[in-house]
Design a protein around this ligand. Structure first.
Ligand SMILES: NC(=O)c1ccc[n+]([C@@H]2O[C@H](COP(=O)([O-])OP(=O)(O)OC[C@H]3O[C@@H](n4cnc5c(N)ncnc54)[C@H](OP(=O)(O)O)[C@@H]3O)[C@@H](O)[C@H]2O)c1
Length: 221
């Protein structure tokens, strides 16, 4: 990352990085942020996230450390990842900064953010949902697969675009998507503009109710 961004002024890009969930003591979080900045050759981090809750640690320590990092002007925003309501409760009580977003697995293969109460908690507390693995497992759910086949013909778009258009219809959801071609990025941008009919949104919703993904357990910690 450091190599990629060094020719640009610091104001031209924003860096999001996460603290490893095996190193969540106060001292380790401070050390993690410093090491990350050193590796990338930057003097501050725009978004610093806790990668996942870990019951082996006092979760307040991550936020005590981010309070200090913010005061020292080393981070600009704090966020979390894979946090369910119980962990989020600790986060909002301990963090002096608002929790900007919660990076979670959200796609057509599971409804963990809904069944765990994570989505409702985030909406209530103005925490954005940042969806990951939005495109990774879209063929895993046979019910969704059939519905995607029908609707992609109707809307004349790819199944990936259809999944993104569907997920983008949820309030306060943003994305972190991995794509390695310009064509894919163009398709992603187009998908963000596609409006699906309400009845089609409901049909897609029904295909992933009560299905569970690989990251669901973390939302219960
Ligand atoms: N917090 C966590 O615990 C966690 C866990 C997993 C991932 N993440 C983060 O999530 C981000 C996304 O990674 P991900 O693993 O979740 O992958 P993803 O975004 O679900 O899927 C990436 C795959 O989708 C393909 N793709 C992208 N645009 C496409 C398009 N328009 N049409 C067809 N295929 C398309 C890509 O292919 P091409 O490469 O060919 O474009 C790539 O194979 C990463 O930044 C990762 O660090 C976070």
């Amino acid at each position: 990352m450091g190599e990629a961004v060094k020719k640009y002024p610091r104001s031209a890009y924003r860096i999001l990085t996460k603290q490893n969930k095996e190193f969540l003591s106060y001292e380790d979080v401070l050390a993690g942020a410093h090491a990350s900045m050193k590796r990338m050759g930057i003097s501050y981090i725009d978004y610093f996230l806790c990668h996942s809750p870990n019951p082996d640690f006092d979760m307040q320590d991550f936020f005590r450390a981010t309070n200090k990092l913010y005061k020292d002007k080393l981070i600009r925003n704090v966020g979390v990842s894979n946090f369910g309501p119980k962990s989020l409760e600790i986060a909002i009580k301990t963090s002096e900064l608002p929790i900007l977003f919660n990076q979670v697995n959200f796609s057509i293969d599971n409804d963990d953010i809904f069944s765990s109460g994570t989505y409702d908690f985030c909406i209530k507390h103005n925490i954005l949902i940042q969806a990951f693995r939005t495109l990774t497992n879209i063929d895993a759910n046979e019910d969704a697969k059939k519905m995607l086949q029908i609707l992609m013909i109707k809307y004349k778009i790819s199944k990936q675009q259809l999944v993104l258009a569907y997920l983008n219809n949820y309030k306060d959801v943003i994305f972190t998507i991995r794509a390695s071609s310009k064509t894919h990025w163009e398709e992603i941008k187009q998908a963000m503009e596609i409006k699906l009919e309400k009845s089609d949104i409901e049909k897609l919703r029904e295909t992933h109710v009560n299905k569970h993904g690989d990251f669901g357990e973390l939302l219960l910690i």
